[in-house]
Design a protein around this ligand. Structure first.
Ligand code: UD1
Length: 379
């Protein structure tokens, strides 16, 4: 009997993870029917539809339309809507990716309905429970029946938490599958035309509440960016949360954010609206350095061999520190400037590409998932 798998996405970083998995499951379409569910956690054209088109994702089979809210409200809204969908559609498994609120919400609904949960990108741990994603990771992994990991350390984390070894499969990194597929199609964002030298710039992304919600922290970071931009022009792909905070700090220039860049004050920091996946890949690939508080970008920078200064105190992706191009710099402007100086003058030692980050992770997931589903009783 054909098995039905509910494949869940909610926020931007989910889309590049689900795309290669859906593609890898296509050859199994006689035995596995995938239903793509978009919770609507991210709903903007630039955070959602644009990426769907660029990643060649099919239209979602179901759009839950939950939108923004507090953590409890957003998680609860996803749960109520997804439960209705599960009761109607009766999937044989739910596949969730990453660590966003939609991931944990759908994992919890499924587990309570006794629908097995498959988690892709399991086992990452920052050990920092002030980070909402860490709570999402721990809970989702505890609920999951099949866990796919990106690195050996994630396996060890799961084993230490009592997850049986038989449930864990180290397959590598599906986000890197997308990166390898789409890098040849990447294209320069319009903002690069503003720069005196299109091959010499830094890239910035910043959206964590811990970096943007406290005005003094954000002001300090903006000061550091402005200082850096005296030596190296910076392109800042913004996030809606950050735009709101910039406006609160009196940066009215964000009212007219344009593709070709809007200057932050009188600095050489060029603000853009959220870039598309293809434009962002180009930016990351050609940047001298990236400054970010994202999780996934630490991994993408490692594979693209772009030095990455992570504006956080910890990371759930330590493999990018040990083998890749990532350096944790926190958010102290002095430390950020020092590390940047160091990279500009000394370059960066050649990083290693982590094991199995080779573009074949989704194919391995599809094979393991198909075998596992054959053994599951059908609904
Ligand atoms: C979410 C994820 C985070 C991920 C990030 C990538 C959680 C807990 N966080 O954070 O792990 O790194 O996505 O972007 O799941 N907003 C819009 N348009 C949208 C979506 C959001 O304007 O399409 C604004 C709203 O004001 C909203 C705020 O952004 O309140 C935050 O959105 P939310 O989905 O709660 O979390 P992110 O900060 O995007």
């Amino acid at each position: 009997m054909r098995k039905k798998v509910a494949c869940v996405v909610g926020a931007r970083p989910n889309f590049m993870k689900i795309a290669p998995i859906l593609e890898a499951l296509e050859p199994y379409s006689e035995e596995i029917g995938c239903r793509l569910i978009h919770t609507g956690q991210h709903y903007d054209e630039r955070l959602s539809s644009l990426l769907f088109r660029q990643l060649e994702l099919p239209e979602p089979d179901m759009y839950l339309g939950v939108g923004s809210g507090t953590h409890a409200r957003q998680t609860a809204d996803v749960m109520v809507a997804f439960e209705d969908d599960c009761l109607r559609e009766k999937p044989d498994a739910t596949l969730v990716v990453g660590d966003v609120n939609s991931t944990v919400a759908c994992g919890l609904v499924s587990a309570k309905l006794q629908i097995p949960v498959v988690h892709v990108e399991a086992g990452l741990r920052s050990r920092d429970r002030t980070m909402p994603e860490e709570i999402n990771r721990i809970v989702t992994d505890a609920l999951s029946d099949l866990l796919f990991t990106t690195c050996r350390e994630a396996d060890r984390n799961l084993l230490a938490e009592g997850v049986p070894a038989g449930k864990i499969h180290f397959v590598g990194n599906v986000m890197i599958d997308s990166l390898r597929k789409f890098l040849p199609k990447s294209r320069p964002p319009a903002v690069l035309e503003r720069l005196p030298d299109r091959s010499r710039f830094g890239a910035i992304t910043l959206h964590r509440p811990s970096n943007v919600d406290d005005p003094s922290i954000l002001r300090n970071l903006l000061g550091a960016f402005a200082d850096i931009s005296e030596r190296l022009p910076l392109v800042f792909s913004t996030h809606p949360r950050t735009v709101t905070r910039l406006k609160e700090l009196g940066h009215d220039e964000v009212d007219v954010l344009a593709e070709e860049g809007t200057r932050l004050g009188d600095s050489h920091v060029w603000l853009t609206p959220p870039l598309g996946y293809l434009e962002f890949l180009y930016l990351l690939d050609h940047a001298t350095v990236v400054l970010t508080d994202s999780g996934g970008i630490q991994e993408e920078a490692t594979v693209l061999q772009t030095p990455c200064l992570t504006l956080r105190e910890n990371t759930e992706r330590p493999i990018t520190l040990e083998q890749g191009t990532n350096i944790l710099v926190g958010r102290d402007p002095k430390a950020i400037l020092e590390k940047l100086e160091f990279i500009l003058s000394n370059g960066f030692p050649e990083p290693k590409i982590p094991e199995k980050w080779d573009g074949n992770s989704s194919a391995e997931i599809a094979q393991i998932l198909a075998e596992w589903l054959r053994k599951q009783p059908g609904n």
